[in-house]
Each structure stands twice: as C-alpha cells, then as structure tokens.
Write a protein that binds this ligand. Sequence first.
Ligand SMILES: NC(=O)c1ccc[n+]([C@@H]2O[C@H](COP(=O)([O-])OP(=O)(O)OC[C@H]3O[C@@H](n4cnc5c(N)ncnc54)[C@H](OP(=O)(O)O)[C@@H]3O)[C@@H](O)[C@H]2O)c1
Length: 251
Amino acid sequence: MFRSVLITGASRGLGRALALGLAEPGTKLALVARGAEALDATAAVCRDQGAEVMTQILDVSQGDETVTAVRDLDARLGGLDLVVANAGVGPELEAPPYSWEALAGPCHVNFCGAVATLTAALPAMVARGRGHLVGVSSLSSFGALPGSAAYCGPKAGLSMVLECLRLDVAPHGVAVTNIYAGFIDTDMVEHRRESMPQLMSPEDAAQRILRALPNRPARIDFPQPLALAARAGARLPRPLRDRLVRRLVDG
Ligand SMILES: NC(=O)c1ccc[n+]([C@@H]2O[C@H](COP(=O)([O-])OP(=O)(O)OC[C@H]3O[C@@H](n4cnc5c(N)ncnc54)[C@H](OP(=O)(O)O)[C@@H]3O)[C@@H](O)[C@H]2O)c1
C-alpha cells in the first residue's frame, strides 16, 4: 500500500515499530532521528526485512533544516506516499513547566518540528494529487493535565493544524490523519510515576495505526475505552474535571 515512507523519530519506540511494521520488499523508507547508532540499528532490521532504507540524522526542532531535509528525501525517494511526524519529547515531570526555558524545547520538537516535517512534504503531494500525512498526537491533547503544559499544549496545537490541513488538502487527493495515542511502553514513559492505564507495547500501537491507515481516517484514537474516557472527560465542567485529574495524577 505505502511504497515510499518517511518517519521521524524512527530510531526508538513507536517510530521504530512503525518502520519495522512497514519494512518489506518493494518499500522505500526514509528514517529520521538525531541518534545515529539507534537509527542505524533500526535501518539494519528494516533492510533485513527487504526494504530499501535511507537514514537522515536531523533535529526536527530546527525547522528550516527539517524542511530542506524532507524535500530532499522526497526527491531522492521519487515522491513520498506517506509522511509520519512521530518524533517527540515527553513532558517534564520533575517540576511544573512554568518558564519559557522549560516550554521551549517541547514546543520546538512536538509542534514546530512536526509541522515543519508535514508541510515540507505537502506542496509536492498536492502537485502529484496523492499522498498521506500523519501526525502523532496524544490522548493528552484532549484536556489539560497538571504539570503538562509543555506536552499537552504542543500536541493540541499539532492536532488542530492537522485538522485544518485535512480540510484544505482533501480536495487535492492528500489525506491527513491525527493519531491520538494512549500510553505506550517506550523510553518516553520510563520514569513516569503515575499509573498508565491500558499501557501498550510499541509494536501493538504500531499495528493499530498501520491497520487503520489504509482507510485514510481523519483520526485514530486508541486504546478504547481510555480514548472514550479522555474525550468525555474533556467535556466535563472544569471544576469537576480539575478535581478528577488531580486525583488521577496524585494517585
Ligand atoms: N509513549 C507514550 O506513552 C506516548 C503516548 C502518546 C503519544 N506519544 C507520541 O509518540 C511519539 C513517539 O514517542 P515514543 O513514545 O516512541 O518516544 P521515544 O521512545 O522517546 O522515541 C522518540 C523518538 O523521537 C526522536 N526524537 C526526539 N527528539 C527529536 C528531535 N528533536 N529530532 C528528531 N528526532 C527526535 C528520538 O530519537 P533521537 O533521540 O535519536 O532523536 C526517538 O526516535 C511522540 O510524538 C510521542 O509524543 C507517545
């Protein structure tokens, strides 16, 4: 189905599992991350599975460099069918992120980096009249959580950009999918102290996404019923929701 795919954050976690899930003979993969060693390890497994693989060391928080790199990879792979903006950094849990210094990094990676990745590929997809953009957001983008401005904020912003782009590019044959994922057992949550209901393996999460993508859905929410609870919780009156989320986070 997808013959030419770019995935950011492909060295570890969900991005690695997506790359492995897509790697097969006839598929060309462009795998992006900052750490060369882990990225090369992912690439080697994908090649063993029969895929043609290019790797690109890139810090997606550098927006202009990201746009240049994605456009270059698009040309080198002969036109990307699928771009997955997956690279992300987790919430800073040790102290509430009150300062710009604490918020800047996650904003530059989780919002600007993802938007740069996706929009870099878009003009060429529109010109070809086909393509698929995927942004990895989070169930935590549905509503505020204590100590999570640096995570929930950029993810909610990314989701809104994706929703708007979807309206604009659908008439040009380009699909846009928002991934609202629950807890995935990766390095990102390694030090998390709070409970993580319905924690999934990265392989399980990747398979849920890859099974759904061919239908070009506007959004993929998982796992249920956590996704349903997150959506319903966002609609509660604020005083009630505030009490509930504090109780959940404080345990
Ligand atoms: N884990 C969860 O519970 C969960 C839940 C919902 C959504 N998500 C989202 O899923 C996506 C993947 O997260 P994960 O759980 O797989 O985390 P992870 O295991 O920490 O992997 C993050 C990936 O992003 C790359 N990355 C981080 N910063 C980067 C940057 N500035 N430039 C380029 N690459 C960068 C990392 O590689 P390098 O460090 O080598 O660059 C790594 O490959 C993220 O967008 C995350 O927000 C995760």
